[in-house]
Design a protein around this ligand. Structure first.
Ligand code: BEZ
Length: 284
């Protein structure tokens, strides 16, 4: 596969400013600035839930001290975001999903903002002779009433053929297999990339220790992450999966079938998949 980035520097289409994005996110926030009463309510509830676990599971003194030491190493390794991504973020993002919009999923720890701007049809930035199976990902971005959304932005990131993310693995260019793709005037996109490979959540810190000791599956299936944005619509962050037989996911008990794409193989070995992202409008 050859490298070809078709990067566009001067997009004459509307795009987000940080302020607009923050305004739209704020609209979705349950409470941007919780009151003292709310903080007290949530802190007490969290403490009570924790004490309930200690009581109901007869946690011993030794187990409690092991937990404290694990929590300290979690903080020392900077792994609180990873733990929250694993166990909590999905609950919040799913509940905030507008009716009829594409199901949202956790952003996860591998998102890096500020990637190359590309105009559909395009090739994601990749190395010369990037290993892997060529994938053509096509589709549309529409509103919940089915009308196309022209010039929406798809911020895409994924693993390479070895299951590594650029920006987190030495030796891989920083923007490899990442880019912000603008749809055409009919809301369509066509992105050439490679089929991502499964990856394991980090094994070398406190979270990895938890997975090893608990004998949990640390693997995530092949996925293309996407955050889809357009001014006037709630952003959607989600993940697309492929019908490659993976049934389990370290991050979730259940992969939403709506997000699992069929792969069709062309004569030259390139695989194709298609998806329609649906965004909910922000009410004035
Ligand atoms: C992910 O979405 O890739 C992810 C989420 C939580 C933990 C690790 C990875």
């Amino acid at each position: 596969m050859t490298a070809h980035t078709s990067a566009s520097t001067a997009l004459d289409t509307p795009s987000y400013t940080a302020t607009q994005l923050v305004r739209e996110r704020t609209l979705r926030a349950i409470r941007a600035n919780p009151s003292s009463a709310r903080i007290s309510e949530l802190a007490r509830a969290a403490a009570a839930a924790f004490v309930d676990v200690l009581r109901r599971h007869d946690v011993t003194d030794a187990e409690f001290h092991a937990l404290k030491s694990w929590l300290i190493s979690l903080g020392d390794n900077g792994e609180w975001p990873l733990l929250l991504d694993l166990f909590a973020e999905r609950t919040i993002t799913e509940r905030a999903n507008p009716d009829g919009a594409t199901p949202s999923s956790t952003e996860g720890p591998y998102y890096i903002p500020g990637q190359p701007q590309l105009t559909s049809p395009c090739v994601l930035p990749m190395r010369a002779d990037e290993p892997g199976t060529s994938l053509i990902l096509t589709g549309r971005v529409t509103a919940t009433d089915g009308s196309p959304i022209a010039y929406a932005n798809l911020d895409i990131w994924q693993t390479d053929d070895s299951g590594h993310y650029s920006g987190f693995t030495p030796g891989i260019p920083a923007d490899n297999l990442r880019g912000v793709v603008t749809t055409d005037d009919h809301g369509r996109f066509e992105i050439e990339t490679i089929l991502p490979k499964p990856y394991r959540i980090p094994a070398d810190g406190a979270v990895g220790t938890l997975f090893t000791k608990a004998k949990w599956n640390p693997w995530r299936p092949s996925t293309v992450h996407a955050t889809v944005t357009k001014l006037g619509y709630f952003p959607v962050t989600t993940q697309l999966y492929f019908d490659t037989g993976a049934t389990s996911d370290a991050v979730s008990d259940r992969i939403d079938p709506e997000l699992v794409l069929d792969l069709t193989t062309g004569p030259e070995g390139t695989v194709r998949a298609t998806y329609c992202f649906v965004l909910g409008a922000v009410e004035p």
